[in-house]
Design a protein around this ligand. Structure first.
Ligand code: FAD
Length: 504
């Protein structure tokens, strides 16, 4: 049995002394020893922070560990980059996602959360046609719902059989590997390089999407049109800039879904099913280390914790950290994205707005490629423009993602002045993701963990829940010699829909 240390018995410690471990008993009939609860601060109420409270709650249920969790969020709402607005501010109209809109079936934590929390999932089938715009020409159009154009006859005609097929094989094999993260044998990673090599993805993160697909025999035309349209709508980056792992993620939309009323409800429910004290409207300003603990200064004053989980991209938090910690977080540029949401009484964009013949039907989802600009043409004014369903018989919501502000004049010109409500939001949306072989560390100091170190690898709501699962597991092992799940696999492991963290 491990000796129990209490805080009072800790020697006056140097900064970053290893946190103490609390004895952990998992045998029936044995009770955990009474010690003061371990205090954990979590910063950020997005996918990462809220799921961290949930994973801790799962361990509390399973092992009765004594942890007190405080979650700090500077905004007044839960969800971070996943939040909704209502056209005209009218809550009787359907909510529209302002940030993260879709997740897919392979995203087992979110999928499972929707079921467990009795939320309503809806297929992401808003659009019934897509086109690819290069700034001057409409290169390709296809009818059908979200992404069904992928293997449409028109796509085969334009790109041939092999390029779509080879790309599909690449994406499918990435998904197969990804799914291993939910199995009982899931790797527990100490750093991203470790995870990348255990999943066999090193060659994906060290090459651009274009380079990798070219090496797989995919044609340049397919890459610069369909693939780039996907990387630009999902990550605001071109196929010759973004690494191939994230490129594959943007091409993996099977079962694309969202939660009726807003994806943020998943994150609210993570909190509801946790024991965390939640402090909204509470900015964390600084964290200092003192005697092996962390003193966190926020709008609610100073509090001392044995562990801190930073669940927000540090460079955007304005939190002062000890140099020993901050020096371990490399500068990470993010794509500064403009989201322009508005309503219009036009059921589609007039072809004349694009200087196209009046007979051209502009599809409800317009994606873009940079290929025209590469060849000296005009760069598209936006990354994507999509209709998101009617709010009445004669009014539709449209969403534009762009790297520059969309002016009122431009909107009015494109939509013939028929604009109603307009809502703008600028996000530091996702990391700029060039090929890389180095990532921030997960554990920046003993007891100090950084969930968003995962983002330069993959940036999605789901992967933030996976990153937090791994970090909570690491924290619990550091502090209690126990993880989220018992070491002996449960009898449920053969279940087809087994999800590590939920089912153990
Ligand atoms: C427009 C857009 C579209 C996207 N589309 C998708 C999509 O379709 N599917 C998908 O899976 N992902 C999508 N993403 C990416 C996804 O939103 C992110 O990967 C994910 O939500 C990140 O979650 P997080 O919890 O790590 O960070 P965040 O959601 O950013 O949460 C961090 C939280 O920390 C808080 N915070 C920051 N500083 C402090 C402080 N000092 N004190 C207290 N709190 C602080 C912030 O207010 C924020 O709430 C999209 C993102 C954007 C912006």
């Amino acid at each position: 049995m491990r000796l129990c240390h209490s805080l009072a018995l800790l020697p006056v410690a140097s900064a970053f002394q290893l946190p103490f471990k609390v004895p952990f008993f998992n045998s029936p009939g044995q009770q955990p020893l009474r010690t003061p609860p371990i205090r954990v601060a979590i910063i950020g109420a997005g996918a990462a922070g809220t799921s961290a409270t949930f994973w801790i709650a799962k361990a509390q249920e399973r092992f009765g560990i004594d942890v007190e969790v405080d979650l700090y969020e500077k905004e007044s709402y839960v969800g971070g980059r996943s939040t909704v607005v209502y056209p005209y501010g009218n809550t009787s109209l359907p909510a529209v996602e302002l940030g993260a809109s879709i997740f897919v079936k392979a995203n087992k934590n979110l999928w499972r959360a929707v079921e467990e929390f009795n939320l309503t999932r809806r297929d992401f089938r808003d659009q019934s046609g897509m086109g690819i715009w290069d700034g001057e020409k409409l290169l390709f159009t296809a009818s059908g719902g979200w992404w069904s154009w992928w293997d449409s006859a028109k796509a085969l005609l334009r790109y041939g059989f092999h390029s779509p097929r080879r790309t599909q094989v690449f994406v499918d094999s990435m998904i197969q590997q990804f799914l291993s993260l939910y199995s009982p044998e899931t790797p527990k990673w100490e750093n991203m390089t470790h995870l990348s090599s255990s999943l066999g993805w090193t060659n994906l993160i060290t090459q651009t999407t274009s380079e990798y697909l070219k090496s797989q025999g995919v044609s340049y035309k397919f890459i610069s049109e369909l693939v780039e349209a996907s990387t630009r709508v999902n990550y605001g980056q071109n196929a010759d800039g973004i690494h191939a792992l994230e490129g594959a993620c943007s091409l993996a939309p099977t079962g694309a879904s969202s939660v009726e009323g807003g994806n943020f409800q998943i994150f609210e429910n993570f909190l509801k099913h946790s024991t965390a004290n939640v402090y909204l409207n509470t900015s964390v300003r600084s964290i200092i280390s003192s005697s092996g603990q962390y003193v966190l200064d926020s709008d609610r004053g100073s509090e001392t914790y044995q562990a801190v989980i930073l669940a927000a991209p540090w460079h955007s938090t304005n939190i002062q950290l000890p140099t020993e910690i901050s020096s371990k977080i490399p500068l990470q540029p993010y794509v500064h994205l403009h989201v322009t949401l508005f309503t219009t009484t036009l059921s589609s964009v007039p072809a004349q707005s694009f200087s196209l013949p009046a007979s051209t039907k502009i599809p409800p989802m317009l994606l873009t490629t940079f290929e025209g600009a590469r060849n000296g043409g005009k760069e598209p004014d936006f990354n994507s423009m999509s209709y998101h369903g009617p709010i009445s018989d004669s009014e539709w919501v449209v969403k534009i993602f762009s790297l520059k502000r969309i002016s009122e004049k431009w909107l009015s010109k494109m939509f013939d002045g028929k604009i109603g409500w307009v809502h703008r939001k600028e996000w530091d949306a996702y990391p700029v993701l060039p090929p890389t072989a180095s990532f921030p560390e997960l554990k920046l100091a003993p007891g100090f963990y950084y969930v968003n170190s995962f983002e330069p690898f993959i940036s999605t709501m789901e992967t933030e829940t996976l990153a937090s699962r791994n970090i909570v597991d690491m924290l619990l092992r550091d502090m209690f010699d126990a993880g989220i799940c018992p070491t002996a696999p449960s009898s449920d492991t053969d279940k087809e829909d087994y999800v590590f963290g939920w089912d153990c």
